[in-house]
Design a protein around this ligand. Structure first.
Ligand SMILES: [Fe+2]
Ligand SMILES: [Fe+2]
Length: 206
């Protein structure tokens, strides 16, 4: 257990303060950067900050969810999805920095909160764990699609990144359901959506 704690602590430091490497090239690498106004850049930076925080949370969530399910049927699928989330984190980080923005200072707080939520879902049992994951991925997909409609139409690079991320998240949600994730009660879904709204509002600004 102490070994697990050290591994998890090390992972959290890497996610929060290191630059995690992507296993896939950035989806927009073949697209030329277009001239954006400062307002358009600021809009993209704000939305990508939220997405970057979402990806930090997703690393914490997956770590928490694997805590009590290291050797179950869904473990490999969770690990594969978690690896794809590292790609997302890397793409968000680099897009924010190339537009001159900064990531949210509150990320360590969200990391701890998400890890605990993941661990709680994990302790409830695999079908709830996977159900929680499916709902999280579903809500993230909706956020990304909403962001796609908000960024400037000229920002083709960010659009491409968001499109690929949304497709990945949709696939993660389907996988979690196929592995046996149950539909969560309506009130739980509402609470999750409320918490994500708080996170979105704060991480966009701080
Ligand atoms: Fe992601
Ligand atoms: Fe995902």
């Amino acid at each position: 257990m102490i070994d697990d704690f050290i591994i998890e602590f090390d992972k959290s430091l890497k996610v929060l303060f290191d630059k995690p490497k992507s296993s896939r090239p950035r989806p927009d690498s073949h697209i030329e950067d277009t001239e954006l106004t400062q307002n358009e850049k600021n809009c993209t930076i704000e939305l990508m900050r939220v997405n970057q925080t979402g990806e930090v949370c997703s690393q914490a969530l997956y770590s928490g969810q694997l805590l009590f399910h290291r050797h179950s049927e869904g473990t490999e699928s969770l690990k594969k999805a978690s690896k794809e989330e590292i790609d997302h984190l890397n793409w968000c980080n680099s897009r924010i920095h190339e537009l001159g923005g900064k990531t949210s200072l509150l990320n360590p707080v969200w990391y701890v909160g998400s890890f605990l939520m993941g661990a709680f879902a994990s302790a409830l049992g695999e079908k709830y764990n996977l159900g929680f994951l499916a709902e999280t991925e579903h809500q993230v997909t909706q956020h990304l699609k909403d962001h796609l409609s908000k960024i400037s139409k000229k920002d083709l690079k960010t659009s491409k990144i968001l499109e690929v991320m949304a497709a990945d998240e949709e696939k993660h949600a389907i996988n979690a359901k196929e592995l046996g994730g149950v539909e969560l009660p309506h009130q739980v879904k509402k609470l999750m959506s409320l918490m994500s709204k708080v996170m979105t509002k704060l991480s966009a600004k701080i």
